[in-house]
Design a protein around this ligand. Sequence first.
Ligand code: DC
Length: 259
Amino acid sequence: MSIPDGQTDAFGNRNSSHCIFPDRMKKIIVAIDGYSACGKSTTAKKVAEKLKYAYIDTGAMYRAVTLYFHQNYVTLTHPREIAEALQNIQIQFKHNPKTQKSETYLNGLNVEEEIRKMYISENVSEVSAVPEVRKALVAQQQKMGQKRGIVMDGRDIGTKVFPDAELKIFMNADMTVRAHRRQLELMQKGDLVDLDDIVANLKHRDLLDTTRKESPLVQSPDAYLLDTTYITVDEQIEFVVNLAISKMIEKEKNSNGHA
Ligand code: DC
């Protein structure tokens, strides 16, 4: 993480040899959970960049599985079909140097654009409620975070994937704000969707995500609540980065035998 001469970074550090550099400190896990379209991915991506951590968008993994099931006519009521399909799915994230973004690959094909489309959003909550799907993806996610130094966003990261994460954030925002943000996001990709349809989709997904049997979306008691209704993206990022730094310092102190 480089800071231009004489300037301060997001943590208020000056460019001097006395700065606290997160990349030299003990690595932690930052788990960001919450409702759809609250700014989880935008925040998580930037926080990872600032901490020089890996970023994993677990929603993209569930979306990729949904795309595969759609393309291969997998029936959600047939456990054998599901188990077979899961054996044939390989999900990877690759950095695109042109866009400077991490993109999702399904069995070697870039599906980043496809998985964000409405027909996937309309089916992903049903697919992600299937216990076999969750088991397979949670195992992969836990592997990805084995060495810590990761920012992961989703619905069950702080409760199921990494219950021992050093920092847990739970994000929420007003429904109208969430729907407007999602509409803008889709519009920027050339997808014009009616606001009412987006609200209906978000409500439907909230209901399924919070009431499913397997790892429902719930705020972990030790998670910090971040309501993004009235704050900017920069403020969201700063909130999480500052907490991450204090958790790293805490970890550093504990490993040095301080109280
Ligand atoms: O974050 P997103 O909107 O791209 O997520 C898509 C869906 O995937 C969401 O409706 C719920 C599901 N999901 C999940 O069940 N568990 C996760 N860890 C991440 C996403």
